[in-house]
Design a protein around this ligand. Structure first.
Ligand code: COA
Ligand code: AMP
Length: 633
C-alpha cells in the first residue's frame, strides 16, 4: 500500500507543518521565524533561517563520520578517464577551491558563471560557490558565445570558471576561445577567469585576468587555506539557472538555499527512495536543472554517491555504456531523459547489450525532461525488468511537480502519465477563463499558489517578468505553460507546451529565440520556427524564411547560412538542421503566423484550414516546401 494519499492529505491540511517536518533533514545555523511568508509580494520559505548548502551537502557527512564514503564517481567513456572522491576528498577539493576563490575576492552574493564540461571540477566549483554564499550560474557547454554573453550581461559575474575544453564524440571543443568571444561581446566586464586545463587542450591564459585553476588551488593549499562555510539566509539565492523563455532573452530562474535543500532531501527519500551511501546516477549534464538537482545537490545532501558521466548513451563506445556504468558502480537508480532510451533502443532493439551486464543493483529507472512516450516506457520495462517512473517538472521548480513517489510506496504506473501531484503542488487544469475543467478534459496545467519550497521565488533582477510570465494569466496560480489533463484517479497527462518552447532531446529551446536569430540574416524579411515530431529527439526545430524582395541569391545558399547562423549564435544544442525558403508564410487576416497549422502539415496530422486564414493557397506552398526537404511526405 502506498502512503502517498495520506502524505498528500497531510500536506494539504497543514502545509507549514509538513515542510517544517521535512526541514528536519537539513542542518540550520539559525531557525526560521516563519516556515512560509509573503515577503515583498513574493512567496518565501523558511524566512529568517540561515544555513549553508555546501555544509549540508559535504561537511556534515564528514562530521558524522562518513568521510570515507564515496561522494563522486567520475566516468568518462569519451576520454577513458575514471576517478572517485570520498566525502573527505570532496571536502578538501571544495574548501580549497573556495579559499582560492576568496583570494580572488569572491564574497557572499557575488555571481560566478561556470561554463564547464562534465568533469568533477564542475561540481567542486558549484559547491565552492555555495560554500562562500556566492551565486553560481552554470551555462551549458553546448551554448555558443552570444548565449554566454547574454547570461554574463544579465547576471554580472565577478568571476567566470571554465575548462580548456569539452569533448563531444569525434570533436574536442576548445572552450576558452568561446569564452573570450563571449567576453568581447558582453558589456559587463569580469574581474577574473579561472581555467581548468584538461590534457586534451592547453588554453591560452590572458595575463592579469585569467588564472590557472590548479595553480590557484596549489597556492591556497600551500598556505594551508581552506574556506569555511558562510551562513546565508534561507531566502538568499544559491544559484541562477537560465532557461528558455519566449524570446531570445532567457529567464534567470532563481533558486534559494533553504527551500531547495529541504525539497531536495525530501525528494531523495520519498520520490527516489535513495538511502545514504547508495549510488544514484542522473545521466544528464550539470548545465541543466536535472544536473543541478540530481547530479549535484540532492544526492550529496542525502549523503549518497553521485556519478559524473562524460559520455552519450550510444556511440561512447556503444549502446551498452549505461549498463556498464550501472554494473561497475552498483547504481541503485538511474535518471535520464526518454531520448536516451530511444537512442539506445534504436541501436540495440533486442537489448543484446543489456544481457552482458549484471544489473541486479538497479531498482528503478526514472525518466523526465520531455514526454515519456508509452512505447519507450514499455520497452524499458521489458528490457530492464524494473519499474520505469516518469515524472514531470521544470527548471522553475527544481524537483517533481508530478511523480510516482517510490519512497512512499509506488502507485500503479499508467503509461503516458507522470502519475500524481507531489505534496506541495495543488495542480489544477484550467480553461481559458481560469475555471477548473472536468477530469479528462484538456486545459492549461496550473499550480495554485504558493509554490512549494525549491520553486523559483522570482527571476533574477526581474520580479516584473516573473509575475508577467507565470502569474498574470491565471490570477492566484502559477502557469506551467504545459497543457494536458487529469484523469479520474488524479493522474496527470502532459500533452504539449502552450508557448513557443520546444523540447529537443530533453533540451528546452525557444523557437522565438531562433526566429530572432534568423531574422538577423541580412536577406531575411520574415521567419517562423516550429518544432516537428522526431523519432529520436522527440522534437526538432524547422525554420521557414521569407526573403527580402529583390534578393536573387540561390535559396540553398541562404538556407545553409541560416543553419550555420543558429549554430554560431545559439549553439549546436539548438539542433536546427533544416531551414527552408518559402515565398510567404500562412497568416490569419490579423497577421498572426499559423505555426500550429504548419506543424500539423509537417507531422502529417489532420487539420482544418483555419477560417481566419488570409490565403489558403499558402498552405500548399508550405506543404511543397517541406516536401522538398522530405518532411511531411
Ligand atoms: N557541448 C558542446 N556541444 C554539445 C554539448 C555540449 N555539452 N551537448 C551537445 N552538444 C552538441 C552535440 O554534439 C550535437 O552537435 P552536432 O550537431 O554537431 O552533432 C548537438 O549539440 C545536438 O546535441 P543533441 O541534441 O544532444 O544530439 P546528439 O546527436 O549529440 O545526441 C542523444 C543525441 C539522444 C544521444 C543525446 O541528446 C542524449 O544523450 N540525450 C540524453 C538526454 C539528456 O541528456 N537530456 C538532458 C536533460 S535531462
Ligand atoms: P526543463 O525546464 O528544461 O526541465 O523543461 C521543462 C519542460 O519539459 C516542461 O514544461 C515540459 O514541457 C517538459 N517535460 C519535462 N518533463 C516532462 C514529462 N515527464 N512529461 C512531459 N513533459 C515533460
Amino acid at each position: 500500500m502506498s502512503r502517498y494519499h495520506e502524505t498528500y492529505a497531510a500536506w494539504k491540511q497543514d502545509p507549514a507543518g509538513f515542510w517544517a517536518g521535512a526541514a528536519g533533514g537539513v542542518d540550520w545555523v539559525k531557525p526560521w521565524t516563519d516556515v512560509y511568508a509573503r515577503v515583498d509580494g513574493l512567496d518565501r520559505w523558511f524566512v529568517g533561517a540561515e544555513l549553508n548548502t555546501c555544509w549540508n551537502a559535504v561537511d556534515r557527512h564528514v562530521k558524522a563520520g562518513n568521510g570515507e564514503r564515496l561522494a563522486v564517481i567520475y566516468d568518462s567513456p569519451i576520454t577513458g578517464a575514471k576517478a572517485t572522491y570520498t566525502y573527505n576528498q570532496l571536502l578538501d577539493e571544495v574548501a580549497t577551491l573556495a579559499a582560492a576563490l576568496e583570494d580572488l575576492g569572491v564574497r557572499k552574493g557575488d555571481r560566478i558563471i561556470l561554463y564547464m564540461p562534465m568533469i568533477p571540477q564542475a561540481l567542486f566549483a558549484m559547491l565552492a560557490c555555495a560554500r562562500l554564499g556566492a551565486i553560481h550560474s552554470v551555462v551549458f557547454g553546448g551554448f555558443a558565445p552570444p548565449e554566454l554573453a547574454t547570461r554574463i550581461n544579465d547576471s554580472k559575474p565577478k568571476v567566470i570558471m571554465t575548462a580548456s575544453c569539452g569533448i563531444e564524440p569525434g570533436r574536442v571543443i576548445a572552450y576558452k576561445p568561446l569564452l573570450d568571444q563571449a567576453l568581447d561581446i558582453a558589456a559587463h566586464k569580469v574581474e577574473a577567469c579561472v581555467v581548468f586545463q584538461r590534457e586534451q587542450v592547453q588554453a591560452e591564459l590572458k595575463t592579469g585576468r585569467d588564472h590557472d585553476w590548479d595553480g590557484i588551488c596549489h597556492v591556497a593549499r600551500g598556505f594551508g587555506r581552506k574556506a569555511d562555510c558562510v551562513p546565508v539566509k534561507a531566502t538568499d539565492p544559491l544559484y541562477i539557472l537560465y532557461t528558455s523563455g519566449t524570446t531570445g532573452q532567457p529567464k534567470g530562474v532563481v533558486r534559494d538555499n533553504g527551500g531547495h535543500a529541504v525539497a531536495m532531501k525530501w525528494s531523495m527519500d520519498n520520490v527516489y527512495d535513495i538511502k545514504p551511501g547508495e549510488v544514484f546516477w542522473a545521466a544528464s549534464d550539470v548545465g541543466w536543472v536535472v544536473g543541478h538537482s540530481y547530479i549535484v545537490y540532492a544526492p550529496l545532501l542525502q549523503g549518497a554517491t553521485t556519478i559524473v558521466f562524460e559520455g552519450k548513451p550510444v556511440g561512447t563506445p556503444d549502446a551498452g555504456t549505461f549498463w556498464r556504468v550501472i554494473a561497475d558502480y552498483g547504481v541503485s537508480a538511474l535518471f535520464t531523459a526518454p531520448t536516451a532510451f530511444r537512442a539506445i533502443r534504436k541501436e540495440d532493439p533486442d537489448g543484446n547489450f543489456i544481457g552482458k551486464y549484471d544489473l541486479t543493483s538497479l531498482r528503478t529507472l526514472f525518466l523526465a525532461g520531455e514526454r515519456a512516450d508509452p512505447d519507450t516506457v514499455k520497452w524499458a520495462e521489458e528490457m530492464l525488468k524494473v519499474p520505469v517512473i516518469d515524472h514531470w517538472w521544470q527548471t522553475e521548480t527544481g524537483w517533481a511537480i508530478a511523480g510516482n513517489p517510490v519512497g512512499l510506496g509506488m502507485l500503479p504506473v499508467k503509461h503516458g502519465s507522470p502519475t500524481v501531484a507531489m505534496p506541495g503542488y495543488d495542480i489544477q487544469v484550467l480553461d481559458e477563463g481560469g475555471h477548473e475543467v472536468p477530469r479528462g478534459t484538456l486545459g492549461a496545467i496550473c499550480v495554485k499558489l504558493p509554490l512549494p519550497p525549491s520553486c523559483l521565488p522570482t527571476l533574477w533582477n526581474n520580479d516584473e517578468r516573473f509575475r508577467k510570465s507565470y502569474l498574470s494569466h491565471f490570477p492566484g496560480y502559477y502557469e506551467t505553460a504545459d497543457a494536458g489533463y487529469m484523469d479520474e484517479d488524479g493522474y496527470l497527462y502532459i500533452m504539449a507546451r502552450t508557448d513557443d518552447i520546444i523540447n529537443v532531446a530533453g533540451h528546452r529551446l525557444s523557437t522565438g529565440g531562433m526566429e530572432e536569430v534568423l531574422a538577423g540574416h541580412p536577406n531575411v524579411a520574415e521567419t517562423a520556427v516550429i518544432g516537428i515530431a522526431d523519432q529520436l529527439k522527440g522534437q526538432v526545430p524547422v525554420g521557414f524564411v521569407v526573403l527580402k524582395s529583390g534578393v536573387a541569391r540561390p535559396a540553398a545558399e541562404i538556407e545553409s547560412e541560416c543553419v550555420k547562423r543558429i549554430r554560431e549564435k545559439i549553439g549546436a544544442v539548438a539542433a536546427l538542421k533544416t531551414v527552408v525558403v518559402v515565398p510567404r508564410l500562412p497568416k490569419t487576416r490579423s497577421g498572426k503566423i499559423l505555426r500550429a497549422t504548419m506543424r500539423k502539415i509537417a507531422d502529417k496530422e489532420e487539420f482544418k484550414t483555419p477560417a481566419t486564414i488570409d490565403d489558403p493557397a499558402i498552405l500548399d506552398e508550405i506543404r511543397a516546401a517541406l516536401g522538398s526537404k522530405g518532411i511531411g511526405v
